[in-house]
Design a protein around this ligand. Structure first.
Ligand code: NAD
Length: 314
């Protein structure tokens, strides 16, 4: 039986991951932590305030609960990191080192997500390979490449059981996204339900990888339970389910709301980030090494998103 500490547990991923892990491993075996106070369902199980930039706080809570696994999610996301690069370095790198050190000292299994943001303008854009050129031009991307390397280093140098994926943009109806470049792909469903119209900050024809949250959560559990002997890679497995541009979301939504309208008012910062990312990444290493397979394509996700978001407003 696992005992898991989750950092950044109140964010877009953490708020759903903690619930799923508690269903899978038992409420008492999943300790949520965040720099903010918990409310609602996350507060119904073990929860502690932890600032990941303070090494002692991470270590003490891991020790107090005698955990065997850390899932490190606390971070500043891509668009916010571009607004405040120095703070991004402090949280994304400082927090990661502290979490990895706790894993090393207490011999814990370790998970942290990288991102499609770890690629850059010189990376092959279509079917982006697992192992390829990574020269990102954003602070978030610099943090993510460094994080991938650091997690690999802790495995090779200290034998810490580090594992991770490169997430695409994640779409969910539970918690709103925290300031990423693919946030539009969540907002579009809310605006479709509320106003039947959406103004996209990302330009027409800009393809990026996306994934529905249930696939993202299953991937974590599957990777963490995978046979280590089958893992040729350790961290930063490419995983994706959908490659789509804003107009593809609109077409999918129009199958349910025929008079839905999409227009554009491009945000230059987000567009610059989006243009530096791949159109579609190749997930075959994850499929071969630990059986990754997404269950949701764009239309299946749209159907569920519209139903769930609609229920919030009736
Ligand atoms: P989010 O912004 O929704 O949540 C991050 C959480 O971290 C927040 O609850 C915040 O309060 C917390 N936090 C911030 N600073 C902290 C600190 N100093 N100490 C402790 N907690 C702190 O992010 P998310 O979308 O849940 O992303 C989680 C991880 O997944 C990040 O590493 C992110 O880069 C990665 N990722 C996310 C996506 C996505 O689309 N959501 C895609 C690729 C990768």
């Amino acid at each position: 039986m696992k005992k898991i500490l989750v950092t950044g547990a109140l964010g877009q991923i953490g708020s759903e991951l903690v619930v799923k892990l508690r269903e899978t491993y038992g409420v008492e075996n999943v300790i949520g932590t965040d720099i903010r106070k918990a409310e609602g369902i996350i507060a119904e199980g073990p929860f502690e305030l932890v600032d990941v930039t303070d090494a002692n706080q991470v270590y003490s809570v891991a020790k107090k609960y005698n955990v065997d696994t850390v899932m490190h999610l606390a971070a500043l996301l891509s668009a916010k990191a571009e607004e405040n690069p120095k703070l991004a370095w402090h949280i994304n790198m400082g927090g990661l080192v502290n979490a990895l050190e706790t894993a090393r000292e207490l011999n814990l299994q370790f998970f942290t997500p990288s991102s499609i943001g770890a690629f850059g303008p010189t990376t092959p854009k279509d079917h982006t390979p697992q192992d390829t050129l990574q020269r990102p031009t954003t602070m978030y991307g610099v943090n993510k490449v460094s994080g991938e390397l650091l997690a690999d280093y802790y495995y090779h140098r200290f034998g810490v059981d580090t594992r991770g994926v490169r997430y695409p943009g994640l779409i969910s109806h539970v918690t709103l996204p925290g300031g990423g470049t693919t946030d539009y792909a969540v907002e579009i469903y809310y605006e479709a339900i509320k106003h039947k119209t959406y103004t996209s900050c990302i330009a027409e024809g800009t393809y990026m990888d996306m994934m529905y949250m249930p696939d993202a959560l299953n991937a974590i559990i599957q990777l963490m339970e995978a046979d280590p002997n089958k893992l040729k890679h350790r961290n930063a497995f490419n995983i994706s389910a959908i490659s789509a541009a804003p107009e593809d979301f609109a077409k999918s939504i129009q199958k349910h709301i025929p008079d839905f309208k999409l227009d554009y008012q491009v945000d230059p910062v987000k567009q610059r980030i989006a243009d530096s990312w791949p159109n579609s990444i190749d997930s075959s290493a994850a499929t071969e090494e630990w059986g990754f397979k997404a269950a949701y394509d764009l239309d299946k996700m749209t159907n569920e998103m519209l139903n769930k978001v609609n229920m919030k407003f009736v």
